[in-house]
Each structure stands twice: as structure tokens, then as C-alpha cells.
Design a protein. Structure first.
Length: 159
């Protein structure tokens, strides 16, 4: 068995008039994440971790932010497409672990559904997906509630 590890990170500003979508879950909040797609930083960090582990570039190379066909697209669809890129290289997903950084809203109540959505999009068991949420104790742009960030690590395997 061959194994590869990849990391990913993403951050987007909070903006009025946008839905707040993380892990495919729409979370009630007065602002959402700015972005060409749905702005789902959790899914984006995971995509970069998966692509990085496979040595397949990054999210921008596969899903360019200027591509009009991707405007407003659900990042769960981008996760599904990422599975296809991994399969082309003969890779399977062992696990993905991610942490979201946000002062508000409280994200932990939404984590079970996020894990379920992500596992479904990646065609893996929910036990292979870990999602956590933390604050930055009012430090930095996340602490000032200007945006939300996420970091992820992925382990791939290939026979």
C-alpha cells in the first residue's frame, strides 16, 4: 500500500446577502461567505488537502474562480468531482480531518450533518470524515467576525 498526506486551507470574508454554507449545511446567520461558488471554506480546504495528497494541484487549477459554470455551485459537487480526479490516479480516501475557525455562529451543532454530507459527496463512510469547530478567542479576522477559515488534512491510499 502506498500512502500520501495532503493539507489544505481556505478563508473567505463574511458578506451580507449571502447564505452561510459549510459542509453543505446552510447555517442561519445574517451574513454568508463571499466567493465565486457557495464559499464553503470547509469543503474547499478538504478539496485542497485531497488534491495535494494526490499531487494533483489545487482547487483553483481544477475549479477556476473565473469559470462562469461554477458561479454559485455547491461545493459538495466540487467534492464529488474531486473524487473523480483521485480515482484517475488510483487513489482512495483513507480519511479527512478538518477544523473550522469562526467566532460566530456556533458551528458545532451542525457538525454531524456536515460530516454526513461530506462523506456522501466523497463516497466514503462517515467515520472517515472528522469535522471540528473552534473560535480564535476574538483574535484575528475570524475573532472580529470578518470571515471564517478552515484547515484540513487528508490521507490517501493506493494499492
Amino acid at each position: 500500500m502506498q500512502y500520501r498526506v495532503g493539507t489544505g486551507a481556505d478563508a473567505h470574508a463574511l458578506a451580507p446577502g449571502r447564505a452561510l454554507v459549510l459542509g453543505g449545511v446552510t447555517i442561519p446567520h445574517p451574513t454568508g461567505l463571499a466567493g465565486h461558488s457557495d464559499g464553503d471554506v470547509l469543503s474547499h480546504a478538504m478539496i485542497d488537502a485531497l488534491l495535494g495528497a494526490a499531487g494533483a494541484g489545487d482547487i483553483g487549477a481544477h475549479f477556476p474562480p473565473g469559470d462562469p459554470s461554477l458561479a454559485g455551485i455547491s461545493s459538495l459537487i466540487l467534492l464529488e468531482r474531486t473524487v473523480g480526479v483521485l480515482a484517475e490516479g488510483g487513489w482512495c480516501i483513507a480519511n479527512v480531518d478538518a477544523t473550522m475557525l469562526a467566532q460566530r455562529p456556533r458551528l458545532s451543532p451542525h457538525v454531524p450533518l456536515m460530516r454526513q454530507n461530506i462523506a456522501t459527496a466523497l463516497s466514503v463512510e462517515q467515520s472517515q470524515i472528522s469535522v471540528k469547530a473552534t473560535t480564535t478567542d476574538y483574535l484575528g479576522f475570524t475573532g472580529r467576525e470578518e470571515g471564517i477559515a478552515a484547515v484540513a488534512v487528508a490521507l490517501l491510499c493506493r494499492p
